[in-house]
Design a binder for this molecule. Structure first.
Ligand SMILES: [Zn+2]
Length: 161
């Protein structure tokens, strides 16, 4: 294992700590009787919580192999005796692929999708919402903003796209 990945995992760990996370969660590196290594990383409370992960399986020989999967918000990597760095790199690749998320990110993404789908206010009638003088959507009796609020139960706060 080279120093670079070790440095990276230390930094990743440090980034998760907030006075709270580290009391409940963390990561474990242990050995297997195959022989090999086992890496378990808690994802709850990190930006990878509930993010989909495509399992990875590499089998080159009895001593050169790895399996990575995610279940119940835990990253689980098993590998041969010389593949520990490789597993950590697989984890790093995944972390770096995912955009930085702030709480509520997923909700805002869904909002944006619906907002886009609603289309233009190209109806001929004005919005039936009181005190709204905007035109209604083609297939609604309300303008985009009011239709969105009715469907989602909260106002739209994303960009006007
Ligand atoms: Zn309206």
């Amino acid at each position: 294992m080279n120093d670079e990945i070790l440095k990276w995992i230390q930094e990743w760990y440090l980034k998760q700590t907030n006075g709270d996370w580290e009391h409940q969660f963390g990561l474990k590196i242990t050995t297997l009787d195959n022989p090999g290594w086992s890496v378990n990383i808690d994802l709850e409370g990190t930006k990878l919580e509930d993010v989909k992960f495509d399992p990875i399986k590499i089998e080159n020989s009895d001593l050169d192999w790895l399996v990575c999967e995610v279940e119940n918000n835990k990253f689980d990597g098993h590998c041969g005796p010389q593949n520990l760095g490789h597993v950590l790199k697989m984890f790093r690749d995944w972390v770096e692929k995912e955009p930085e998320q702030v709480p509520g990110f997923q909700d805002r993404k869904e909002d944006k999708v619906l907002w886009k789908q609603l289309g233009d206010e190209s109806g001929t009638e004005t919005c039936k919402h009181s005190n709204c003088s905007k035109f209604a959507l083609k297939r609604s009796s309300m303008c985009k903003r009011h239709h969105f609020e009715m469907v989602m139960g909260h106002p739209y706060s994303g960009p006007e796209i």
